[in-house]
Write a protein that binds this ligand. Sequence first.
Ligand code: WT7
Length: 646
Amino acid sequence: MADIESLLKEKRVFKPSPEFRKQANWNKKDVREFRKSGEKPERFWAKMAKENLDWFTPWKKALEWKAPNAKWFAGGKLNVSYNCVDRHANSWRKNKAAIIWEGEPGDTRVITYGELHREVQQFSNVLKSLGVKKGDRVALYMPMVPELAIAMLACTRIGAPHSIVFGGFSAESLRDRINDAGAKVVVTADGGYRRGEPFALKPMVDEACEATPTIQAIVTVKRTGEPTAMKDGRDVWWHDAMATASAKCPPAKLDAEHPLFILYTSGTTGKPKGILHTTGGYLTHVTTTAKAIFDLKDEDVYWCTADIGWITGHSYVVYGILANGATTVMYEGTPTHPGPDRFWDIIERWGVTIFYTAPTAIRTFIRLGDEHPKGHDLSSLRLLGSVGEPINPEAWIWYNKVIGNRKCPIVDTWWQTETGGIMITPLPGAVDTKPGSATLTFPGVHAAILDEDGNEVKPPDGGLLAITKPWPGMLRGIWGDKKRFKETYWSKWKGTYFPGDGAHRDKDGYFWIMGRIDDVMNISGHRIGTMEVESALVSHDDVAEAAVVGRPDEITGTAIVAFVTPRGGINADEAMKKTLLGHVTKEIGAIAKPKEIRFTDALPKTRSGKIMRRLLRDIAEGKESVGDTTTLEDYSVVAKLRADDD
Ligand code: WT7
């Protein structure tokens, strides 16, 4: 509530400049008209699907909606790789840069639409030669190299849904995701570069594939050249397979509801959810939003810093951007290598015009000092974006001033893995912005603030964010788990989607997102379930019990704090902490590593045995004064007393 109050005091309003307004893809009048047609979402989105995509066969009905199941453009046939590549390669854009890639060591590669066309078709044929057929799943576990985008597009070309696993996840996480999706092939690399050092990926795949019955082949891109073991009959090098692959592979004509990809995201249980997206609605959503929100023009050099392993990278590094025939920048490594100005250096050298990043990165740059961006010519920039977590007004203002030189509109875009594309956002030529607010719904998207019973909450009170009408990029399910799909997203209110965020609206109807209200943490804009980290901790032999909570962090938004009760006879010392951090890294990945581990003799629980997370959160935030010698044992007494109060 304190957050809401402080944000409510935020009164600054930024209007789009007349220069920006004049040239914007969507002006005020367009937006007014689209909002009107978007009252009936299927009317607006059908217009967009026709205008922005090429279809082999038109659909019969724009929307069939029987909550929670939606079909968008069913009967319509299209191909994602055709829309992202062929139609540009067959136009004047043939020799235009589709992908500008920069490796961390400084090596670069520029791939034109014509070249991309060739390589996507070749890799489609490689997949086919490995036995991949329409409907088969392909796992991609890769660094940020162009081959990742090529592999994605090749999958879409033949109708094989991909499941991308972020390269920071462990072998165990990869194995679980491969098995859940039943993937037939994995595409990986020997490794990649981070912080100036090569890291290995293929050995993790080997480890994962010791227990993946469905995997028949592994394709490996040579990136680092480090010694890499290859298994005869199962493993092939990307370059060997490509050398003999034909560059002709016609795009499959796929139904709009054909599965496009699965992407795993954390939920409130220990098991990640395989979010399923399909072809026509998703592509309509990401293509339309990219064009309108990023104001994409043919002259633009667009850079989204997200890793393709997350939904932001799927939708706004690859699909939404290439479908518009734009140039997308892909950077392999860390923002601060070899120096704290790497991002600004990239912007200056490539003449980036649109820059989309996360608040956590912005806060890091603020701390690193203004001299780094100020040491570069950033005048090519004309639009800035933010995504992944609420942006604090101070960071917004800094972004506007220091990076945008006060002339770039900022689009603070709210959405999720499940929504597929952006849902709440400014339109840069038409909507006034307020620092810290994602502003208004995109035309054709309908949101409200509701209470638990589904009653609309009046401004300025806080409540639960709800999406009240279907939208084309919406998830079509959780892979293999219909029940969880219904329970997680569609059981709070009838026919209305529950995203899991708290929010409120101001008197102008602007949305202010307050963050997750479930047991999911948002660490640097990435979702990690508390249960997932807890399961990882208790899977260690020396741990009796563990509870994990998030606490506010200046840079990462939220930091993970773990309360751990060791088994009897185990020394709760620094060495044990190190062991546990290593264990979590092995079970999930480094992104899930707690920032702090606090040993306890017991966890505070209610009489029914539920861990009192709120109390732990208070302790982690230092709201309850915890003296050095105080153990949680004492708090379990407090907890018991509190439970008795209830
Ligand atoms: C959660 C979704 C798709 C974006 C990358 C993260 C939070 C996302 C914003 C924003 C406030 C935001 C929400 C959401 N979030 N964007 N602009 N303002 N919060 O995707 O991992 O699926 O996480 O990120 O809490 O539910 P994700």
